[in-house]
Design a protein around this ligand. Structure first.
Ligand SMILES: [Ca+2]
Ligand SMILES: [Ca+2]
Length: 89
């Protein structure tokens, strides 16, 4: 994982934890995650190139093509995004 650089003490997040974190980043409480919300969440969870990754994961998991990740699409999204290695810093 060359794009991960450790920032102090950190530990990897499980898929369940990532899902819980993502829900907290639904800032406007519409039950869906926009690209902006995802990008912010990725950044907070220690990912680099978060804008690019947010877009890539969003396109992958956005089954109904509305540009948002809803509850149903979340599982696929998290599975896809987990390979980048989320961390709590
Ligand atoms: Ca939202
Ligand atoms: Ca969608």
């Amino acid at each position: 994982m060359p794009w991960l650089s450790p920032r102090g003490v950190s530990y990897p997040l499980s898929e369940e934890q990532v899902k819980g974190m993502l829900k907290k980043y639904d800032k406007n409480r519409d039950g869906k995650l926009s690209k902006q919300e995802l990008r912010f969440a990725f950044k907070e969870m220690g990912l680099h190139f978060c804008s690019w990754k947010a877009g890539k994961a969003l396109r992958f998991a956005d089954n109904n093509c509305d540009g948002y990740i809803n509850e149903d699409e979340m599982n696929e999204f998290v599975q896809y995004a987990s390979k980048w290695g989320f961390r709590i810093c």
